[in-house]
Ligand binder design. Structure first.
Ligand SMILES: Nc1ncnc2c1ncn2[C@@H]1O[C@H](COP(=O)(O)OP(=O)(O)OP(=O)(O)O)[C@@H](O)[C@H]1O
Length: 638
């Protein structure tokens, strides 16, 4: 089973080089600090202060320990010397106690700040993605970026807060150890750095390997989760079983999983090799440091009494260095994912419609398309080409044409849901390209080909499109549920309109395809908008319901707010004979336009399509003893 090519990561991210990633480190830290500061300046400052104080106390403890060594070892440990060193020992003990208290303070401040920063990061990215224009969801790269950026980016921000705190403390400890070593002998400090350089190289190399691995496997990981979805999700269960696809899907899942495991093992071995090399070099560095120390003691460059302090400084420096390296390493790795997060914010904002004060008319007298062309992102062939048409208030206009001719797309363009690539869409004298999209969408109702199945109660499934407008006498509700046939659906539910329509809840209930469609129609009618687009609203309805819905939609061209403009997309031509106008599309072009009678007289594509359907019914007129009389014109459904 071959998986589709569309599961791929943003190419620009994949091309990011080492230098670019290193430069991203301060930016990543800035992102986290900005979020922390915005969340709570007071807590951020407090966190910085407690970390610095805590690190300083540790450093002070080290220097105090040095005093104890000096006091004890200066001329050999005698009972008097031990007594003399007691104050220094008390200071060391005090510094440890202070450190323990400060650790508690650090944990308290961090525990308060971190969840808030994570929530702020989550909120920022969710708000940015929620506000993008509808067309952004057609872009596979953007969809992938929003998945990765939201998931890994927010997690990286959370962990990097902790790493930054670790880095602060370990840098202070390192500085104290280096200072102590430098005070003992200026040669000691640089050799300590030798070991650090090797460690640092290994850490950075492993981070880079991990990132490369992430990028190399992201496509396969996406494929694996897609296969997992189709192999286990309820929505695919019926066809999966009916097509006996369980075993092939499992096989494909295992094939991808095996290849990912192989990569993981390869990564583990390579990282291990790099780390071992780093450690060997660091060990060599430490050996050199001890050699230098021995040489200093041998040549009298350092007093023996100070050797204990020197060893302590070396050990502290080495621990602090490895902590620093670990923190830098993780921060560096996190910076890649914080890069995703930043990129997602930038890309989302780019895709948000620009703020404008221009409002679309709430009840347009006409919707005018001039030379409109539209191509879906990533597609070569335009879905619509050079369409010019005007639809007037109160008209019922039907869109007709073969599959893929552009009917649904035209509905999306005339309601401002998608922007045209060429040409303009005007509502009265307002060009929708310059209008506030919310002001356009507030006045449209769309009955989608596959209506959304809102995981809410049956009542909310009808009213969700009109939450801000009251319906005090329930007139709109009655009209919506009666003319759509949703009333019968609701009546059949165990808790009537309070029944939850989702199997995600224990007490939830699912509906049949046709029942969901009735709910979708009711929702569209209840919204009572001035422009209504119904896209094959009755494809799943039984014949009686379909006839009633079409009659309802055509007569509902008068709404509470005035005369409504109705655009109907359908393949069942008998339903739209009485439409004011029929537009016929072919391969994205508008090829015919007129009333049913005009188009039949013209003898073009519409006439041909109509005849095909009508003929099917005429053939059904073969006299059979108990057959009911066949209709003269095509009716709702065979
Ligand atoms: N989301 C999409 N991404 C890419 N191409 C699309 C998308 N939706 C539709 N298309 C393409 O645009 C063209 C017009 O599609 P549209 O859905 O408007 O046709 P339609 O007339 O409504 O078809 P149908 O009768 O099957 O509903 C088709 O060639 C289709 O393949």
């Amino acid at each position: 089973m071959k998986m589709p090519e569309w599961a791929r990561v943003d190419e620009r991210v994949a091309a990011a080089g080492f230098g670019q990633a290193v430069r991203a480190l301060p930016t990543a830290v800035a992102v986290v600090l900005r979020l922390a500061w915005r969340t709570s300046p007071r807590l951020t400052l407090l966190a910085a202060v407690v970390h610095v104080v805590s690190g300083s106390v540790t450093a002070f403890g080290l220097l105090a320990t040095a005093n104890v060594f000096t006091a004890l070892l200066e001329q050999g440990p005698t009972p008097e010397r031990v007594l003399q060193s007691l104050p220094a020992i008390a200071v060391v003990t005090g510094s440890y106690a202070a450190r323990a208290l400060l650790d508690a303070a650090v944990a308290a401040v961090e525990g308060t700040l971190r969840p808030r920063v994570t929530a702020a990061a989550d909120d920022e990215v969710t708000a940015a993605v929620v506000r993008v224009g509808l067309i952004a969801f057609e872009d596979a790269d953007f969809r992938e970026l929003s998945r990765q950026g939201a998931r890994f980016g927010v997690r990286a921000i959370e962990t990097s807060l902790r790493r930054m705190a670790d880095l602060t403390s370990s840098l202070i400890s390192l500085a104290a150890a280096m200072l102590t070593a430098a005070l003992l002998n200026p040669w000691l400090a640089p050799v300590l750095l030798l070991a650090a350089a090797a460690d640092g190289w290994a850490a950075a190399r492993v981070a880079k390997l991990n990132y490369r691995h992430f990028l190399d496997t992201v496509g396969r990981n996406i494929r694996k989760s897609i296969v997992e979805e189709v192999a286990t999700w309820r929505s695919m269960a019926l066809e999966r079983h009916a097509l006996t696809l369980q075993e092939p899907l499992l096989g494909e899942y295992r094939r991808i999983a095996r290849s990912l495991t192989r990569e993981e093992v390869r990564l583990a071995h390579r990282s291990n090799l790099v780390r071992t090399t780093g450690r060997a070099a660091a060990g060599l560095g430490t050996a050199v440091a001890f050699l230098v120390l021995g040489w200093l003691l041998y040549t009298g460059g350092m007093e023996l009494a100070l050797a204990g302090t020197a060893v302590l400084a070396m050990r502290t420096a080495s621990t602090a260095l490895s902590n620093t390296m670990r923190a830098v390493n993780t921060l560096y790795e996190d910076s890649f994912y914080i890069g995703f997060y930043r990129q997602l914010l930038v890309e989302s904002r780019k895709r948000q419609p620009p703020a404008t004060a221009v409002k679309a008319p709430s009840d347009p007298a006409e919707i005018r398309l001039d030379g409109v062309s539209f191509t879906y992102p990533g597609q070569k062939r335009p879905a619509l080409r050079d369409i010019s048409v005007t639809i007037r208030r109160g008209e019922v206009v039907a869109l007709v044409g073969e599959n893929g001719s552009g009917k649904t797309t035209l509905g999306k363009l005339l309601t401002g849901l998608y922007p045209p690539d060429e040409g303009t869409v005007h509502w009265d004298d307002v060009d929708l390209a310059h209008a506030d999209p919310a002001s356009v969408h507030a006045n449209i109702a769309v009955i989608a080909q596959e209506p959304a199945e809102w995981p809410m109660t049956a009542a909310t499934n009808v009213t969700v499109g009109r939450l801000g407008r009251a319906d005090p006498d329930r007139r709109a509700w009655r009209e919506a549920v009666d003319s759509s046939g949703a009333a019968e659906v609701i009546d059949s539910l165990p808790d009537k309109e309070n029944t939850v329509l989702s199997k995600k809840f224990d007490e939830g209930q699912d509906l049949s395809g046709g029942q969901w469609q009735r709910m979708g129609i009711a929702r569209g009618i209840y919204r009572d908008a001035s422009v209504l687009v119904a896209d094959e609203p009755t494809a799943a309805l039984d014949a009686r319901a379909e006839a009633r819905v079409f009659a309802g939609l055509q007569h509902a061209s008068t709404s509470d707010r005035g005369r409504r403009t109705t655009v109907l997309v359908t393949h069942r031509l008998a339903n739209i004979r009485s439409a004011d106008r029929i537009l016929v599309l072919e391969k994205g072009r508008l090829i015919e336009e007129g009333t049913h009678e005009e188009l039949v007289r013209a003898g073009g594509v519409y006439h041909e399509l109509y005849e095909i359907q009508a003929r099917a019914y005429r053939h059904a007129e073969v006299p059979e003893p108990r057959a009911s009389p066949a209709p003269e014109t095509p009716t709702a459904s065979p």
